[in-house]
Design a protein around this ligand. Structure first.
Ligand SMILES: [Zn+2]
Length: 160
């Protein structure tokens, strides 16, 4: 499966997904053109990562075969040791929190580097440290970042 990406500044990249390969090895960028001239045939993973986020959603989902983060965890062998939240999203961030008010510290693994509620005062606290526990392959990290958590829904607009 191939898709041509126009970055809008004269650079066009052709990304190819070899659908028979496992996800970590599936993608490559095999041609980059600048103003119509092929500058880098088969330029590799750096060019791929530079253009990957410009894939339209429909192409991205077709190339990965994934709907959301829980789907990625089920199908592509993120570590079995990672926990999951109630929606099935893998807990790839080992977050540690600290509330200055109460001098309270607590760990809480999450699928994102999100705020957590202080167990003492209920304040919303950002992680003090956050360690990635997911796979090391840059393309898998990029795919993870591009997907949304299962169960995620935009916050509904509140009427004034
Ligand atoms: Zn607190």
């Amino acid at each position: 499966m191939k898709h041509e990406i126009d970055s809008g500044v004269g650079v066009v990249a052709v990304l190819q997904a070899d659908m028979d390969k496992p996800l970590a090895e599936r993608f490559r960028s095999y041609e980059v053109r600048y103003d119509g001239v092929v500058t880098n045939p088969d330029r590799g993973q750096k060019a791929l990562l530079e253009h990957f986020n410009l894939l339209p959603d429909s192409v991205f989902h077709a190339m990965t075969g994934l709907k959301d983060r829980a789907d990625l965890g089920e199908k592509h062998g993120f570590s079995e040791e990672l926990g999951r939240d109630d929606d099935g999203n893998l807990l790839v961030w080992d977050n540690k929190y600290h509330c200055e008010e109460d001098d309270a510290s607590w760990p809480d693994p999450h699928s994102c580097q999100c705020d957590d509620e202080c167990p003492e005062c209920g304040a919303s606290i950002s992680p003090e440290t956050s360690v990635w526990l997911g796979p090391k392959e840059p393309i898998l990290i990029a795919i993870w970042e591009r997907l949304e958590d299962r169960g995620w829904a935009p916050t509904p607009a509140v009427a004034p």
